[in-house]
Design a protein around this ligand. Sequence first.
Ligand SMILES: *Cc1c(COP(=O)(O)O)cnc(C)c1O
Length: 384
Amino acid sequence: MNKIPFNKPFTIGAELENIARAVADGHLSGDGPYTKRCHLWLEERLGCRKALLTHSCTAALEMAAILADIGPGDEVIMPSFTFVSTANAFVLRGGVPVFIDIRSDTFNLDERLIEAAVTPATRAIVPVHYAGVPCEMDAIGAIAQKKGLLVIEDAAQALLSDHKGRRPGAIGHLGCLSFHETKNVISGEGGALLINDPKLVARAEVIREKGTNRSQFFRGEVDKYTWVDIGSSYLPSELVGAFLYAQLEHAEAITAKRLRLCAAYRSRFAKLEQAGVLRLPQADPPGTAGNGHMFYILLNDLATRTALIAYLKARGVHAVFHYVPLHSSPAGMKFGRAAGAMTVTDDVAGRLLRLPLYYDITEEDVAAIVAEIVAFFGASRGNE
Ligand SMILES: *Cc1c(COP(=O)(O)O)cnc(C)c1O
């Protein structure tokens, strides 16, 4: 069959026309008309107080760490089963990631383990909505309130997911989104910081504009702009906003299509799951809905996963495993620490396999991939 990549970037609407218009209009630095439209879209559709585009979710997390005033020795509770940026953003401020285990159903941080990990040095909790499936935000919010902690959502994968009528990224004090080309809505590299706590909005604008009050200056709120705080250049070019706005206009359709593709995978895998050779993603927790960000299968052991990746590769299908747990990574051990056992994290990290999923993949491709995996298990059983 034709080669099926793991991911393929796509356009869906006026991306290229918007870029041409931005060039013609002569505003290519940050915060031009398209970037502002993206901000408005995010604020209206997600319900956050303020949205600011960034170069990446990594940059948004770094801004969040500055806004949270993380300093040397401050602890931040997060799952070990996540992308490096979740931890690295806080380590850059001298903070200490405190890793806890994940739930065995959603692979999101296990909220029942948070309180035991809290110490006098704890400043924040960072829930990561894995595969776009929302974390237990009610329980997390209650602990944060009781202990006086900030909630900083890593919602990189969770654009337009639903948690009891609210959108991930717009629930905690701060939320971070990614528009990396592997996410649902893309701009190549890109991200956004969502600010839900009104007290943090003004400082977020300053941090994003190199520590200056330039945003206020452009709004006419101050008569000159100057250096007022620490910061960096976190605002993307208008080219990014122009591309991204075209994608946001179709974000609901993109989500719906990805959910259909996930359903196609799921129904075709039903027999293999019944046969006990793999586990499919669990149903979304009550009151929540995912966004079709990812489709993974959980194999029975590492050896099977390794063999299946090679088998699919030989047939032109690129499937990949996911996070190498942070608590046992070289930098994770140097800069962070594990609180409690990491049983589920270590187990899942060794068995999870992500399958190709992107906007332009067809249901025929999905059927062909599943057929190869069925053949793999038929062949491996025949060999026993
Ligand atoms: C993709 C991802 C990031 C990083 O996003 P970038 O935009 O590439 O910086 C961070 N956290 C999680 C959970 C992600 O999936």
